[in-house]
Design a protein around this ligand. Structure first.
Ligand code: XMP
Length: 331
């Protein structure tokens, strides 16, 4: 019978068998999946685990400090933060195709984990009495069943989009993967996280994709565009929270149509700015979704605030497409 406790026992045993006494790193994204995967591995092999949080420059406002605080406070797991935003932006320069972006981001994640692992080995050598530092063979990922299916990994399924941690991996991957959540859906992962004692702020957090804001800018990803989207996104999140709707919606991607411009008027001047798309969705498992009927007054507040406070944006539009035929993210 399925219960969070039985899955935990089973996975802890499997992780111990797979990893033995070797060292492991885990990419932590701030989301539920990687947090629960890390907590399971920590339960299984304790201090053999080091978590790595990659700041790829595609994060939302305040996200980095939030992860550093919430996660370390809650678990005491060793966390290394790496600022890799220059590298990620460099790899994304000139790319507009969604799959190319996803692959560039997936590859850069792995390159960053490799260099983090190399640094940890060097550090271990410096402190080891005999100067030995063991290579890190294993990488933990919070891959879920839907990530595998949508990346074309399920039987008979098409590749809808390459999730950064599945179809976006480089072919010459050196790490062996530890993926204890690969057969599970998000609600099951949340139940396991609660059973493991992770705090509610982590467990009930809305999904945010590993490739971050990089797949919410339609067009090339640049620093200026990221700054614009970050401002709009922060407004949307603040207003949804203030309206008490966080638990009701699955997630609300905010998308910048960076290659689209429209004419507007502000004060007595013409504007020629970009649209922001609101994509609030309701879902059980992200495999299907419906658009959330947000109150009109809330939509009006969000629209007014974004067009007043974010200079480059002069129009706010609402995505009223279910999944299928739309996907949740635009890329
Ligand atoms: P789609 O856009 O496929 O999204 O309907 C389904 C769910 O998956 C999230 N998502 C991702 N999560 N890496 C992730 O960790 C990815 O590459 C990725 N792509 C989409 C999306 O936010 C939604 O919750």
């Amino acid at each position: 019978d399925w219960s969070p406790a039985s899955v935990i026992d089973e996975q802890v045993e499997l992780i111990r068998q797979q990893v033995g006494d070797k060292k492991v790193i885990c990419g932590l994204s701030g989301g539920v999946d990687s947090a629960v995967a890390a907590a399971l591995v920590h339960k299984a092999v304790g201090d053999q685990l080091t978590c790595v949080f990659v700041d790829h420059g595609l994060l939302r406002q305040d996200e980095r400090t939030q992860v550093e605080n919430d996660y370390v406070d809650a678990t005491g797991i060793r966390l290394v933060t790496i600022d890799a935003s220059e590298q990620f932006l460099g790899q994304l320069a000139g790319i507009t195709d969604p799959e190319d972006k996803r692959k560039a981001i997936g590859h850069e994640f792995i390159r960053t984990f490799e260099s983090a692992a190399a640094d940890l080995v060097l550090e271990a050598r410096e402190t080891a009495a005999d100067g030995s530092g063991e290579e890190i063979e294993f990488l933990v990922q919070g891959t879920l069943y839907p990530d595998v299916v949508e990346s074309g990994g399920g039987s008979g399924t098409a590749n809808i989009k390459s999730h950064h941690n599945v179809g976006g991996l480089p072919e010459d991957l050196q790490f062996k993967l530890v993926e204890p959540l690969r057969a599970l859906f998000k609600d099951e992962v949340r139940a396991i996280g609660r059973e493991l004692g992770l705090p509610e702020v982590i467990v009930s957090r809305q999904p945010f994709p590993g490739p971050g804001l990089g797949i919410r800018i339609i067009g090339e990803v640049t620093k200026d565009r990221l700054d614009t989207l970050r401002k709009a996104d922060a407004i949307v999140r603040a207003e949804l929270t203030a309206a008490g709707l966080d638990a009701e919606i699955w997630q609300c991607p905010v998308v910048l149509l960076a290659d689209v411009r429209s004419v507007g008027v502000q004060g007595d001047g013409r504007t020629y700015g970009h649209p922001i798309v609101l994509r609030p969705v309701s879902s059980e498992d992200a495999m299907t979704a419906d658009w959330t009927r947000l109150p009109y007054e809330l939509l009006a507040t969000i629209s007014n605030r974004i067009t007043n406070e974010v200079e480059e944006v002069n129009r706010v539009v609402l995505d009223v497409t279910s999944k299928p035929p739309g996907t949740i993210e635009w890329e």
